[in-house]
Design a protein around this ligand. Structure first.
Ligand code: FDA
Length: 390
């Protein structure tokens, strides 16, 4: 077999390992069960309009990690896009994260930062964070009933398809409220979108003579090449699929939330004037609408000015057949994860990484950063040993 390392999953975690290993001289095979590389960061032009659509939900790149920033800039340059989100509540549009502008608009006032802080503190006094019984009480204890009910309660209930009284208070430790007019969504040092799109970036990472990519190839399908039965014990494996699936759910299924997307091409130049509009009210079924052309204002000459692409986002619990997006992380999930971690430790020469392999929500920069660490601490050592024995 002409492979020194098998990487299961071509998302950012798997491709970072593959790229580093290929650069160090290893022959790497990357498999993915999907028909494209890039995992959830994959994007493609919508065919009628050419507008770049993020297939698995909006992906905004941001990081304060110097090493990650230097690394990603080897494969792409970034636009100066800065993410901002708005929220339409009760037929009125507000800026998010909740900030002094939101508060003053909401209460029809002109509070100073100290006045707004005092008001929220007074409204939050209804419950105590320490002995709040559920998400509803905790949310009120954090930001007061009016802001909580308007911007957080139903939005979160829609995300979890569970009423705020039935959700655990553990799902939040704080709710974002700013007492100034800063409505930048992220606080990181670096932020932007890949100039020629996510897929061009991802393809450059995989474009190395030592990397072979096999798509439509499921690690658990023993009729396909590079499957688990044939490969474990033969070569080192970096596995970025779901950890519970690897062990055939022997310690139970870990629970995930998934998203459904409803995409529409509209015959209007501009539908909502901004990339992301949240809908926090209970009577609107979806949580938000993305309008993709606004992620790239610098492409205005190549995008049509009489058409746009929007995507409504709906959230629900995932079954085994759904794409797992966000770990639910119940107490049972945490117990199951600990058991799977013990099993993973015993699996010689198999390294579990990424969002699914560690059952952790990771932003792109975190997935890349943790892959670089795994390369430094584990896989590069194997590469050295292999080189010596060759
Ligand atoms: P990822 O899920 O990308 O890749 C895993 C790959 O493994 C997939 O391609 C899958 O097909 C493959 N695989 C699984 N099982 C397999 C099997 N049995 N055989 C073969 N292949 C298998 N981050 C950020 O920085 N900014 C953002 O705005 C967003 N937005 C966002 C929205 C949504 C809806 C989600 C779900 C996620 C984000 N992210 C994000 C997070 C980002 O997508 C995440 O950091 C990366 O996907 C993590 O990369 P991984 O390689 O770990 O997983």
């Amino acid at each position: 077999m002409d492979t020194d390392l098998l990487v299961v999953g071509s998302g950012f975690f798997g491709l970072t390992i593959a790229e580093r290993a290929a650069d160090a001289g290893l022959k790497v095979t990357v498999i993915d069960r999907r028909s494209h590389i890039g995992g959830n960061a994959y994007s493609e032009p919508e065919p009628k309009t050419g507008i770049e659509v993020h297939r698995y939900g909006a992906h905004l790149f941001h990081t304060s990690n110097e090493r990650v920033w230097e690394y990603v800039n080897r494969f792409t340059s970034f636009t100066n896009y800065v993410h901002r989100v708005y929220s339409t509540h009760n037929k009125q549009t507000f800026a998010l994260p909740v900030n002094l502008h939101t508060i003053n608009q909401f209460f029809n006032a002109a509070y100073t930062p100290d006045e707004a802080r005092a008001l929220v503190k007074e409204q939050a006094g209804e419950f105590n964070v320490e002995n709040a019984k559920n998400f509803y009480e905790k949310g009120i204890a954090l930001v007061g009933r009016p802001l909580f009910e308007a911007f957080f309660a139903h939005y979160t209930a829609k995300q979890w398809q569970t009423s705020p009284e039935k959700l655990s208070g553990d799902i939040v430790s704080r709710l974002p409220v700013r007492y100034n007019y800063d409505n930048r969504y992220f606080n990181d040092k670096y932020e932007g979108l890949p100039v020629d799109g996510y897929t061009a970036w991802i393809e450059r990472m995989a474009d190395h003579p030592n990397i072979t990519v096999q798509l439509n190839t499921d690690f658990f399908d023993s009729s396909q090449p590079f499957n688990k039965n044939d490969m474990v014990g033969q070569v080192p494996i970096v596995y970025t699929g779901p950890i519970d699936r690897y062990f055939d759910y022997s310690e139970g299924s870990l629970s995930w939330r998934t998203l459904d997307f409803e995409e529409e091409v509209l015959d209007v130049g501009d539908y909502q004037g901004t990339p992301v509009m949240n809908y926090p009210d209970a009577d609107v079924e979806f949580t938000r609408i993305h309008e993709f052309k606004h992620f790239h204002p610098e492409r205005k000459d190549s995008y049509p000015d009489d058409k746009t692409v929007i995507m409504r986002e709906f959230s629900r619990f995932a079954s085994h057949d759904d794409e797992p997006y966000y770990p639910v992380n119940t107490p049972e999930d945490r117990t199951g994860l600990l058991a799977y971690r013990e099993l993973a430790k015993k699996e010689e020469n198999v390294f579990f990484g990424g969002r699914l392999g560690t059952y952790q929500y990771l932003d792109m920069h975190m997935a890349i950063g943790s892959a670089l660490s795994m390369w430094d601490n584990q896989i590069s050592k194997i590469a050295e040993t292999l080189k010596v024995s060759q």
